[in-house]
Design a protein around this ligand. Structure first.
Ligand code: NAD
Length: 282
């Protein structure tokens, strides 16, 4: 185990991210010396394509690990020496460990969503799912849902080609499930027949108000998950709670990815309930 930890978050506009304080506070509880600094591309005026140079600089300056976020989760792939099989499957990395000068990529968005689902939707079987959004977060969530045993996954994205490509790739790796892309026009019929509905688009964020579908389509029998956590009570989450649906807010994934990244970086198992409680105070 290390004497101390120096960790960075590389991404665009991430100066206010809640991930650094989550890690630092948890490290304090374990008596670890742990500094977690945002490396905000917007602040330092660098493009996402510079992620490889930033990682090399971090290695030279003694960093132990990086979290990687938008727009670098795919751009970072070519700079890795090793990649965890699940991250390889998703083709996205959000955690890079530096070990003996080598860069090792992981994806804790996927494991973090799974962790959040098991905690926040305890006892819920995913069943038939309609998921809006198949970008960075959506790819990790789709992988997680199939890993959790979803029997049918219908992907809806404004970028129809993206949803189709993602669905084909997942269908090939999860032959026991039905994975398909559906159009926005087909979505209402799919929702009516679904067990669960997921938002993995930016809709519901402060600067993307609204929801990706007509919320009148929700039924009390649906389980509902959102990845948006700023704010956590998105219109989708509020409508689902009002109906009495089982609901997973975006905070669960945000905490779950941090819990798993902390464990990878330190080799110490964090207290996930404590991390969520702290997150809710931030
Ligand atoms: P992205 O740009 O990679 O993907 C978003 C996708 O949603 C795009 O493919 C876009 O075409 C699609 N989309 C947008 N509006 C749509 C609509 N109305 N209907 C259908 N599809 C639509 O972005 P991302 O990195 O996946 O981030 C998406 C959201 O997830 C953001 O709000 C981000 O903050 C959140 N996020 C949360 C966590 C977490 O830990 N909770 C982690 C990562 C991202």
């Amino acid at each position: 185990r290390n004497e101390s930890y120096l960790v960075g978050l590389v991404g665009d506009g991430i100066t206010e991210s809640l991930t650094p304080p989550m890690h630092e506070r948890e490290a304090d509880h374990h008596g670890l010396r742990y500094l977690y600094r945002p490396v905000d591309l917007a602040v330092i005026g660098r493009p996402g394509e510079d992620v490889g140079q930033l990682l090399s600089a971090g290695r030279d300056l003694g960093f132990n690990a990086f979290n990687i976020t938008h727009p670098c989760k795919q751009l970072v792939l070519e700079h890795l020496d090793e990649i965890d099989p699940q991250a390889e499957a998703i083709q996205a990395v959000n955690t890079v460990l530096l070990q003996d000068g080598r860069f090792i990529g992981h994806n804790t968005d996927c494991s973090g969503f799974t962790r959040g689902f098991e905690k926040g939707l305890d006892g819920v079987a995913p069943g038939r799912v309609v998921q809006f959004g198949s970008g960075g977060a959506g790819s990790a969530v789709a992988e997680a849902l199939l890993g959790l045993g979803a029997v049918q996954l219908s992907l809806v994205d404004m970028d129809v080609a993206r949803a189709a490509e993602r669905a084909a790739e997942l269908a090939a790796r999860y032959p026991q499930a039905t994975v398909e892309s559906v159009t926005a026009a087909q979505a209402p019929g799919q929702i009516a027949a679904a067990d669960g509905v997921v938002n993995a688009t930016p809709m519901g964020m402060h600067h993307h108000p609204g929801a990706p579908f007509d919320l009148d389509l929700l039924r009390p029998t649906h389980w509902v998950a959102d990845v948006v956590y700023l704010p956590m009570d998105t219109p989708l989450v509020r409508a689902a709670r009002a109906l009495g649906c089982a609901v997973l807010d975006g905070g669960h994934m945000a905490v779950g990815q941090a819990v798993d990244a902390f464990a990878l970086i330190t080799g110490t198992t964090p207290d996930s309930a404590r991390m969520r409680a702290h997150f809710l105070q931030l």
